[in-house]
Design a protein around this ligand. Structure first.
Ligand SMILES: *Cc1c(COP(=O)(O)O)cnc(C)c1O
Length: 375
């Protein structure tokens, strides 16, 4: 008989379920013998990486026998110049998920808790429970809310903060809903938190926000020392496969994150490609414009099919299928279309669709029309 490892695992880990990633293209091709697959399941940039990032990658290859710069000086300098922050405010991560985990490891443990909204990003529970802390999941705004259905209810979240709360997870815009927070309302929420509560503002999709939606959160860092802003190169910067993201925060917080951060958590290819992508402003502008046009194409096409979408400020849209979303997801697979079920986010009738190229969006809409019998 093998040892009952489950009973040996720390309680927080026992209660976890593995993160469910989007179905890989290669897997679908194998399963159905398909050659052409449209994957709109993981909010990746449909343009592919910036050409400047690809060039930087090629140039870095001969240096791969060496460890990377453990302080990421060049990339941090580029980030500092772009966002007007100091190097000592930047923590680099192996994807921004890595920095989310650094926050949890620094400030949470059994007996302490974190607060998040229902339907918020799945990495927050993993980071929180993985270190044995409790998670307070606050009901979201109702699905029939006039302005922001299924959005974060900041008033309710503030009420859940107690003397054992050390972290509040806020996603703006949120994944998988796409909902966002009104700037003045969000600032009032941050300002109202006790300084002993770290407010993590996850801005993975910030580049896609319109000027009216966008908040100047970086300016808030000077006012709120308990604010941590996280950003990623996985979405608008088109480098999801390399794994690189960062946090901006007060130097004292940054110092603590660097104590728990594993050495060399960001690889040489990730460092050089992220720096090149950050400096390729034309690529970013093109990516954002492609998303803007594709969002119109998708939401108009979905409306024509009689489907309702949640409001989205990201590069994806959460759609109510009016029936079990996972069944629709399954029915789309033989047609070579991969979308994302979000039943694990408490949204069983919805699917999340990433905005793709014009062709990918059209293929997706056509397949959906067929599956739903509205072709
Ligand atoms: C995709 C995403 C991230 C980014 O994760 P990486 O580890 O940087 O790839 C972070 N937060 C949210 C809400 C996301 O959707």
């Amino acid at each position: 008989m093998t040892c009952d490892f489950m009973s040996l695992a720390v309680p927080g880990v026992r209660g976890l379920t593995p993160y469910q990633p989007g179905k890989p293209e290669s897997e679908l091709k194998r399963e159905y013998g398909l050659s052409d697959v449209v994957k709109l399941a993981s909010n990746e940039n449909p343009l592919g990486p910036s050409p400047r990032a690809l060039e930087a990658l090629e140039e870095c290859l001969p240096g791969l026998a060496r460890y990377p710069d453990g302080n990421g000086f060049e990339l941090k300098s580029a980030i500092a110049a772009r966002y007007g922050v100091e190097l000592k405010q930047i923590t680099l991560g192996n994807g921004s998920n890595d920095v989310l985990e650094l926050v949890a490891r620094t400030f949470l443990r059994p007996g302490l808790n974190a607060v998040m909204s229902a339907h918020a990003f799945a990495v927050y529970p993993i980071a929180t429970k993985g270190v044995g802390a409790e998670l307070h999941v606050v009901p979201a705004l109702p699905a029939d809310h006039a302005v922001m259905p299924c959005g974060h209810d900041l008033d309710a979240m503030a009420k859940q903060v107690d003397e054992n709360t050390r972290v509040v997870w806020v996603a703006n815009p949120n994944n998988p809903t796409g909902t966002w927070l009104e700037p003045a309302r969000l600032e009032a929420f941050v300002a109202g938190l006790p300084e002993t509560v770290i407010c993590v503002l996850d801005e993975a999709y910030v580049e896609y926000m319109s000027p009216a939606q966008h908040v100047d959160s970086i300016a808030w860092l000077a006012k709120y020392p308990n604010l941590v802003i996280t950003r990623t190169f996985s979405k608008a910067y088109g480098l999801a496969g390399l794994r690189v993201g960062f946090a901006l925060a007060h130097p004292d917080l940054t110092d603590l994150f660097n104590r728990v951060r594993m050495p060399f958590n960001v690889s040489i290819p990730a460092l050089v490609a992220a720096e090149a992508a950050l400096n390729d402003t034309a690529y970013l502008a093109e990516s954002v414009e492609l998303n803007r046009a594709g969002m119109v194409q998708l939401t108009e096409g979905l409306a024509a099919l009689g489907l309702k979408c949640l409001p989205s400020a990201g590069n994806f849209v959460c759609v109510d299928m009016g029936r079990n979303g996972r069944e629709v997801f399954q029915a789309l697979l033989p047609k070579g279309v991969i979308l994302r079920p979000v039943d694990n986010y408490g949204l069983p009738n919805c699917l999340r669709i990433t905005v793709g190229t014009e062709r990918e969006n059209a293929v997706c809409l056509k397949a959906l029309a067929e599956v739903l019998g509205r072709a």
